[in-house]
Design a protein around this ligand. Structure first.
Ligand SMILES: *[C@@H]1O[C@H](CO)[C@@H](O)[C@H](O)[C@H]1NC(C)=O
Ligand SMILES: *[C@@H]1O[C@H](CO)[C@@H](O)[C@H](O)[C@H]1NC(C)=O
Length: 273
């Protein structure tokens, strides 16, 4: 079809719509660790709340003026489902006023872009476990976010316009070491570039690889992409090194852009994601 050229956003949106149920299941598996028992942390003063937020890549806090409302138990039921997210709860009036809370609110805080996303008002009133779980899956962006149909929605719900994708087979023996170095590099670009991992062993991720005109044999590879103007560049690598990732990112930030997919249509507005 003609519109295979029509841009990364559209590609991702189509992908996200088409695969949501399957990948939602996979995403849950990913965060499910039967041995871990996570506690909901009661936050009773401002300093410990600040510390709690700063210590987690993704933290979620229920700020409740009233603990008897139904959303409180829905919120509590999420804790075991997301082992890699920190859950806090507070009804302390100083904590609530410090965070400018005026009604019962669930806030997601993440370090990668220093965002705070709030669910409040009518959103809170109509919230059930399915919706809250989806909200957390979509918005739990990390220093390195694994690409799937849920996180792809969150990747565009951020101010950060440059994405770096590492396309690599997660089953390869070098994966762990490479991921570790990729994470180290990600911290150097906090707030500037979102680092994404694309597992190239998954069939559905083939579209991402081919969008960047890469072949299986050219992987692992890095692709850097700017959502603002669809400019991108790629680099095949033997292994991830911090220096190489850094040079590649800095080169792109300085304007060394090699490629651009010619679009036939207007980019889908972000609001629609
Ligand atoms: C917060 O919740 C605790 C436990 O339910 C309760 O004892 C306390 O009075 C509540 N504090 C406020 C300010 O509502
Ligand atoms: C609360 O609101 C004030 C005024 O808009 C703002 O300066 C402050 O940063 C907010 N507090 C937090 C924790 O976001």
């Amino acid at each position: 079809m003609e519109d295979t050229q029509s841009g990364y956003l559209v590609l991702l949106l189509v992908f996200a719509c088409g695969l949501a149920p399957e990948v939602a299941a996979a995403a849950e598996e990913f965060s499910d660790d039967p041995d871990a028992t996570q506690q909901l942390v009661w936050l009773t003063d401002v300093p410990s709340t600040i510390e709690f937020i700063a210590a987690a890549e993704v933290a979620i806090i229920g700020f409740f003026q009233d603990l008897e409302i139904p959303i409180v138990s829905v919120f509590q039921s999420m804790v075991q489902q997301f082992q890699d997210v920190s859950f806090g709860i507070s009804n302390n009036s100083e904590v609530l006023s410090y965070y400018n809370i005026t009604g019962n609110t669930i806030s997601l805080f993440r370090l990668v872009d220093n965002e705070q996303l709030n669910l409040e008002g009518a959103d809170i009133e109509s919230m059930d476990a399915t919706k809250l779980s989806r909200f957390i899956h979509i918005n739990s962006l990390r220093f390195v976010t694994e690409y799937n149909a849920m996180t792809v929605l969150g990747l565009f719900n951020t101010m950060i316009e440059i994405h770096l994708l590492l396309m690599m087979n997660k089953a390869s023996p070098e994966y762990e070491e490479n991921l570790h170095r990729y994470q180290t590099a990600a911290k150097l670009f906090q707030g500037k570039i979102l680092f994404v991992l694309v597992d190239s062993s998954l069939k559905e991720n083939g579209k991402v690889v081919s969008y960047f005109k890469l072949k299986e044999t050219q992987l692992p590879a890095l692709a850097i992409y700017r959502t603002l103007d669809d400019k991108w560049d790629t680099l095949s690598i033997a292994e991830v090194t911090v220096e190489q990732v850094q040079d590649f990112c800095e080169g792109f930030l300085k304007g060394k852009v090699l490629k651009e997919n010619h679009k036939l249509e207007e980019k889908t507005p972000k609001e629609e994601l």
